[in-house]
Write a protein that binds this ligand. Structure first.
Ligand code: URA
Ligand code: SF4
Length: 214
């Protein structure tokens, strides 16, 4: 894929990045998606939450985390004591990848590494304009986008880490957050056999992020 680079605005702002994402043809995912889903939230948020890609609901509404996983995430964020005005929420891939229709619902398919790499410049642009103190990586795809294929949620979650020296799509001037907190993806909590326990673990991880905010 050519990647998103050619669509990145010259004067990035939260608004111009969102407009650029809607025009992007940097990989094949725009073809089957309803629309792009740019990040959303406070323009100077202290914390950036990074998910995988929009789901069925997000694809229809054009906003991140507005479906079932989003509701669970909002509950967890509130229980962890994080404030809305401190948050900017986005995904490593901005278009919905799906395999087939089951009833009315389209079935989510993981983005490939090539999709994540193609879309990387958008996340780097978001980091540059929002300049968050901390980044929360929700699940394996977000974790791998930053730390590479060796990343494992189970090993990394709940512990503050530093942003690596090199991340695909990063430029020398890219804003580097002070810390990164990997945790589970809210969709994994939704699917879990032990949902209550896993929800509490997600809240506990988000509290680590809340406390790390200076
Ligand atoms: N899952 C994600 O990773 N992101 C969304 O926006 C919705 C569900
Ligand atoms: Fe562009 Fe990302 Fe959408 Fe691909 S998924 S078309 S790189 S915005």
């Amino acid at each position: 894929f050519p990647g998103a680079g050619a669509w990145i605005p010259e004067q990035p702002s939260v608004e111009s990045l969102a407009a650029g994402v809607r025009e992007c043809r940097g990989c094949d995912l725009f073809e089957r998606a309803t629309q792009a889903v740019p990040g959303r939230g406070a323009a100077r948020a202290r914390l950036m939450l990074v998910g995988e890609q929009p789901g069925d609901q997000e694809d229809q509404q054009g906003k991140p985390f507005v479906g079932p996983a989003g509701h669970l995430l909002v509950d967890a964020v509130e229980q962890a004591g994080l404030q809305r005005q401190d948050l900017y929420i986005t995904n490593v891939v901005k278009h919905f990848r799906w395999s087939e229709l089951r009833g009315k619902r389209r079935i989510h398919q993981n983005p490939t590494r090539a999709h994540v790499a193609a879309c990387g410049p958008w996340l780097m642009g978001e980091l540059d304009v929002v300049r968050p103190e901390g980044v929360v990586l929700l699940g394996g795809t977000a974790g791998k986008a930053v730390y590479g294929t060796g990343f494992r949620v189970g090993e990394a979650r709940g512990t503050l880490a530093s942003w690596p020296a090199e991340v695909a799509g990063m430029r020398p001037e890219t804003h580097v957050p002070d810390w990164v907190l990997p945790t589970a993806h809210p969709s994994a909590v939704l699917r879990s056999q032990e949902r209550d326990r896993d929800f509490e673990l997600l809240v506990a991880d988000l509290r680590v992020a809340a406390q790390a905010l200076s």
